[in-house]
Ligand binder design. Structure first.
Ligand code: SAM
Length: 324
């Protein structure tokens, strides 16, 4: 198969890098490893293991390292104890593009958090500073989220078992929120092991269009709600769907809503949204080629990732804080 099912990212707790299982891998192996914390902490780590050619630095995310798909971490005590987190490369894009600040006064929301991969990534980028609220409406998944956050020692995260849509943006707790990550429920059509079914069964796809429309309406509602937080400056919206209806179409609508106008939101420009990533949005599905350039797509089978989509909404006048 041309789909690289085994390609994964690992979010590594910086205090445990010396124990990284990559050190024990044969030299020809590689997997993607996301190392949390300030890059300078890992220079020695990179140099140490580069000499053994155990892995290579990712070309798009500076603190991401590539290992061979055959590398196995699932039995490793570091994985089992939550010190490393397996994550597809594309799933590392949203938190990196959101680029929340690592400051004591930072207030950030992960609106749809379970199982918590992106929450832990955000926490790592924030260097456990400030406050990160992680919402999850499903009780069972909330419990998974809590376990993961506790295992990964995400000390600046407050997990909340609530529907993000019921959260009042004017609540004293949330008035200062500047960054929101939205990775809501989607069709999941980009997930590699669901693709064969999808490609083999076009009829089922047609039947699914009603479901896709419903999902898109919900996704748009989530973005509109995020835009009403009084201090919010950056919103990342992502899906693991390959359907334009959940991706480009949702973004195209969102940027024209009353909330977007009132909040003076614009689409992040290409230079703010992983500019070195080659695959962008589908121009025919957006209002202009420029708009399509400003969003990121990942194509399963071509990019060694799951199918994925990421977009950024920026409050007009916001100065980009990162080179993402
Ligand atoms: N970002 C997560 C990660 O990387 O681990 C994956 C999120 S998953 C695609 C979407 C999650 O959002 C599901 O667990 C779902 O239960 C939750 N969810 C959906 N709608 C929600 C809402 N309105 N408020 C809070 N959570 C919601």
């Amino acid at each position: 198969t041309t789909i690289h099912q085994g390609q994964q990212n690992l979010l590594v707790d910086k205090r445990r890098t010396c124990d990284l299982p990559g050190a024990r891998l044969p030299s020809r192996r590689s997997v993607n490893v996301k190392v949390s914390g300030p890059a300078s902490s890992f220079v020695a780590f990179v140099h140490t293991f580069f000499s053994s050619k155990a892995f290579k630095q990712d070309d798009h995310i500076p603190d991401l390292f590539a290992f061979h798909p055959n590398a196995r971490f699932t039995d490793d005590p570091l994985y089992l104890s939550g010190k490393i987190i397996l994550q597809d490369k594309a799933s590392c894009f949203p938190a990196y593009i959101l680029a929340p600040p690592a400051r004591d006064d930072a207030v950030v929301i992960d609106a749809t958090a379970a199982p918590g991969n992106k929450t832990s990534h955000l926490c790592a980028i924030m260097q456990k500073k400030g406050k990160l609220f992680a919402f999850e409406r499903d009780r069972k998944r909330y419990s998974t989220l809590k376990n993961m956050l506790s295992k990964a020692h995400c000390s600046n995260v407050e997990a909340v078992n609530a529907d993000f849509l019921t959260i009042s943006p004017n609540d004293e707790k949330f008035r200062g929120v500047t960054h929101i990550l939205l990775d809501p429920s989607c069709s999941g059509s980009g997930i590699v092991n669901r693709l064969d079914h999808l490609l083999d069964n076009e009829q089922e796809n047609e039947v699914d269009s009603e479901r896709l429309n419903k999902l898109a309406a919900f996704q748009l509602k989530m973005i509109r709600h995020a835009m009403t937080f009084p201090s919010v400056r950056r919103i990342v919206y992502s899906t693991c769907s390959v359907h334009a209806i959940e991706n480009e179409h949702v973004v195209r609508e969102a940027i024209k809503t009353e909330e977007a106008m009132k909040g003076r939101f614009r689409l992040g420009r290409r230079e703010e949204v992983l500019p070195t990533w080659h695959r962008r949005g589908i121009p025919e599905e957006m209002d202009s080629p420029n708009d399509a350039e400003s969003v990121v797509r990942c194509s399963p089978g071509e990019d060694a990732t799951n199918g994925f989509f990421v977009s950024l909404f920026v409050k007009d006048g916001d100065v980009a804080e990162s080179s993402a």
